[in-house]
Design a protein around this ligand. Structure first.
Ligand code: ZN
Ligand code: ZN
Length: 457
């Protein structure tokens, strides 16, 4: 009740009104939030992960090195109970990958194998292209109709701020190769799931269900997919030759790195803030997802350094997300009995947070209102979607844990996602700091909230 009076008094004196007084936000929260706008921890972590560790493909020695570095770094930052929780992982690695149009219009194609792709023979595989403008067109093909030929699905996604097209178009990558295999295709090419116009193919996993033998499967860079479409439009058969030599190494080890800020009240439950430490191998995984790990750890450190919170904050740097969310599942299996009250994840790049979504019980509306008020000065509006939490915490949220999404601007995310171009120079330090400020304000509120936090009544 005093804050409007303070604001009025300051206004009468023509002095600047502190943000906290303007918005009715708890002063301590506002101070932590505003100090985080000068954060350097997140940049330092992102810079170190991308520079010292480089690509971090799940199950490989590079990911193991990243986990060791993560334990050392989070320990040095002052977190408690820092550990690496390993789990077994069937590990696929990329080999040689080349593609070319053959015949009168012969020319190379820029492509990359999809995760779980089968290999071609070492001297390559050649076939006639059968073109499908959409996944539905491929699905409509009779079983066995593609025998001996190479399916090509274009199905272009478009740019959106919330990245919502990834769900609808990403299925071409996730499910298209298995469908093509079921139709008898010898291989499949897809247009990369991306929004750029560079000769950079977008990697990503595909899934061959039990009973479907994997076939060679690759994503074409977007200009190369459009080039192939134009060649097909000329009406003559188009033949392509592919050499892909990925391998399954067998069962190797991945792991989840966990660090904590212990709370003062164990009965108040645990707040999990997650990201994934593994990355695809073409770039250095700067926006996917070194920056996410940096944001959640920087925010948790800022809360830790400001004094012990009521609730335990658990930082989860998950392993093996890219190849099928294995870390998120392993975490859930190991910790489903823990008293989680809230989960959130940063895994959509390093551009600014623009929207707050929550998944709370109706009784937690005052908590949602406090979050909205604290985030508004950062240019963050309240959305209408229930929070989904991100891949590595989705099992927690599906099992009734409350969630918060600090939605990042994804306008340029799919220009870079899973490409060789996902590198540190794409991270904007000012927007990265805005993320840290948003996560710090969020954690300052939820970690100390006096009420019970719940997603259900
Ligand atoms: Zn990611
Ligand atoms: Zn990814």
């Amino acid at each position: 009740m005093h804050k409007p009076l303070i604001a009025a008094a300051l206004a009468a004196l023509a002095l600047p009104v502190p943000l906290a007084a303007q918005t009715g936000v708890d002063e301590r929260v506002a101070e932590l939030r505003d100090a985080a706008l000068d954060d350097d921890y997140a940049w330092a972590i992102t810079e170190a992960i991308t520079t010292e560790l480089g690509p971090r493909m799940a199950g490989t020695p590079a990911e193991a090195r990243a986990r060791k570095w993560a334990v050392e770094t989070l320990t040095a930052m002052g977190f408690s109970n820092v550990r690496d929780e390993p789990f077994p992982l069937r590990t696929w690695v990329r080999g040689i990958e080349t593609g070319a149009v053959m015949g009168d219009h012969s020319q190379p194609l820029a492509l990359t194998a999809l995760g779980n792709s089968a290999a071609t023979p070492v001297d390559g595989l050649e076939g006639e292209i059968v073109y499908f403008p959409s996944l539905a067109d491929l699905q409509a093909e009779p079983d066995g109709a593609l025998r001996g030929r190479i399916a090509f699905v274009s199905h272009a996604m478009t740019r959106t701020q919330d990245g919502s097209q990834y769900g609808a178009y990403g299925i071409v990558r996730r499910a298209g190769p298995a469908i093509a295999a079921q139709k008898g295709a010898s291989a499949i090419l897809i247009r990369s799931i991306g929004t750029d116009s560079h000769r950079m193919p977008h990697a990503g996993s595909t899934v061959f269900p039990d009973g479907t033998d994997p076939i060679p499967a690759a994503a074409l860079a977007i200009p190369d997919a459009e080039q192939l479409e134009r060649l097909i439009e000329r009406g003559k058969p188009v033949r392509v030759r592919l050499i892909l030599t990925p391998r399954v190494l067998g069962t190797r080890s991945s792991g989840n790195v966990i660090a904590e800020v212990p709370g003062s009240d164990p009965s108040a439950g645990i707040v999990v803030v997650a990201c994934h430490l593994d990355s695809w191998d073409l770039g250095t995984g700067a926006i996917d997802d070194a920056s996410g790990c940096a944001i959640v750890a920087a925010a948790a450190k800022r809360i830790m350094d400001a004094g012990q919170p009521r609730r335990t904050i658990r930082v989860l740097w998950a392993g093996a997300e890219e190849v099928g969310i294995f870390g998120g599942r392993a975490y859930f299996e190991a910790h489903k009995g823990d008293n989680h009250v809230l989960a959130a994840e940063s895994d959509f790049g390093a551009d600014r947070v623009w929207r707050l979504d929550t998944r709370f019980a109706p009784a937690n509306q005052p908590l949602a209102d406090r979050l909205a008020a604290a985030l508004a000065p950062l240019g963050i509006a309240t959305g209408t979607q229930p929070a989904s939490g991100g891949a590595d915490v989705s099992a927690l949220i599906a099992n009734g844990v409350a969630g918060i999404d600090l939605q990042q601007d994804g306008t340029r995310y799919f220009d870079l996602h899973h490409t060789p171009d996902d590198t540190l120079d794409k991270v904007d330090p000012a927007q990265l700091r805005q993320n840290v400020a948003a996560w710090t304000a969020m954690l300052a509120i939820v970690a100390d909230a006096p009420e019970r936090i719940s997603a259900t009544k």
